[in-house]
Design a protein around this ligand. Structure first.
Ligand code: GLN
Length: 378
């Protein structure tokens, strides 16, 4: 078979989660909570099924859910999307990203990707015949030098992928970053795909810099969000994409023939729940407690903490412990010490291995405590 993705293997998340299960290790690798979603939310989903929300949803998604999103985005980011034409509910963030890329990337188009980068971007671009133009960021602060980014621009630059708060590094874009981006893209046709699935998990009173806040960028951007992260239910695979109508039209042309429409009772149940409970202000507080708890523990080990401003990931370096490759070290951590993490080199196309691991702290305190009791022995 002439593989369309010859260099792609199984995702590091599947590999490390399987390894954690095989060795009965504490799984801080793949990003998902080990606690239940709100019982009220589950009731709302059950009620939706019982009350008959079981057939196809509208192609673009449950209108009450789309209206809720519009209202939230207006309240938080002062942006106006039309629920009829500019929001589509998707089967998770990854599908939204894939569909957005499919909608605009032609063979030969270049896409600027900041690395370390979430692992679904590059394969999607390649499958579409696009070219990944990686811009490498490094520890400890992974700061973007926008003047250097400009040097990657060519006549073929089609799109820039952003991710804030960032997976895996937990960095966030600042108003200065955005100002630089506005300046750089002014008078160009460059599009933006902004992966904001961790928008509600941001710490130390920082404000999420959604691209939706900036009219100059709004016009050229797809924004992707996730209910899995918001509701502690990653397995429900439900998220959404927002974009101005001219872009959303193209998005839907593909969505309708790939997914057609997303799980009906989930959408109805989530809409009911979110219209009853204002959960948004609590999420960052909830995860900041976990971040602080985990950081205090890790500070007692030989791992060195990197900054974490958002997301539910904490990166550490192990250079003082070992000079092994990060994948080798991560495997040994599972086998010999019983804790699974993600080696950060998996997020780079050219594998700069800085001896960095990513831990997920979306876990019960007792899970984090147990992991600490193992990590202190390393
Ligand atoms: N977003 C999750 C993470 O970063 C993984 C999701 C997946 O396995 N596809 O760990």
């Amino acid at each position: 078979l002439n593989s369309k993705l010859p260099t792609v293997g199984t995702t590091i998340f599947s590999l490390m989660s399987k390894m954690a299960a095989d060795y009965n290790a504490i799984n801080l690798s793949q990003g998902f909570p080990d606690f239940m979603p709100d019982a009220r939310l589950i009731e709302c989903i059950n009620d939706a099924m019982k009350s008959g929300h079981n057939q196809y949803a509208p192609m673009a998604g449950n209108i009450r859910l789309r209206e809720h999103i519009v209202e939230k985005v207006e309240r938080l980011y002062k942006a106006n999307y039309n629920p009829e034409t500019e929001i589509t509910i998707t089967a998770g963030g990854t599908q939204a990203i894939f569909t957005a890329l499919s909608a605009v990337i032609h063979p030969g188009d270049e896409v600027i990707v900041f690395e370390p980068a979430y692992d679904c971007y590059a394969p999607a671009i390649k499958l579409l015949g696009g070219l990944v133009k990686p811009f490498e960021l490094t520890a400890p602060d992974y700061k973007i030098d926008w003047e250097m980014v400009k040097k990657l621009f060519t006549a073929k630059t089609k799109l820039i992928i952003l991710n804030t708060p960032h997976n895996p590094t937990g960095t966030i874009l600042t108003p200065k970053d955005i100002a630089a981006l506005i300046k750089l893209t002014k008078n160009t046709d460059i599009l933006i795909l902004s992966d904001e699935v961790y928008e509600h998990i941001i710490f130390d009173n920082e404000e999420h810099q959604s691209i939706a806040r900036y009219p100059e960028l709004f016009e050229r951007s797809f924004i992707v969000a996730s209910f899995g992260k918001l509701l502690h239910a990653t397995g429900w695979k439900i998220g959404y994409c927002m974009a101005p109508e001219r872009l959303m039209n193209e998005f839907r042309k593909i969505h309708q023939f790939n997914v057609f429409s997303v799980n009906t009772p989930m959408q109805a149940g989530i809409a009911n729940y979110l219209n009853q409970e204002n959960i948004y202000p609590e999420i960052s507080v909830f995860f900041q407690k976990k971040r602080d708890f985990f950081r205090d523990l890790i500070a007692q080990t030989r791992f060195k903490l990197l900054p974490c401003k958002g997301s539910y990931f904490q990166c550490v370096t192990f250079k003082d412990i070992s000079n092994e490759k990060d994948l080798d070290f991560a495997e040994r951590l599972v086998k010999d010490f019983g804790v699974a993490a993600i080696p950060v080199s998996a997020f780079y196309s050219k594998n700069p291995d800085e001896g960095t691991l990513r831990f997920c702290f979306a876990k019960k305190e007792e899970t984090l405590q147990k992991a600490f009791e193992k990590l202190i022995k390393v």
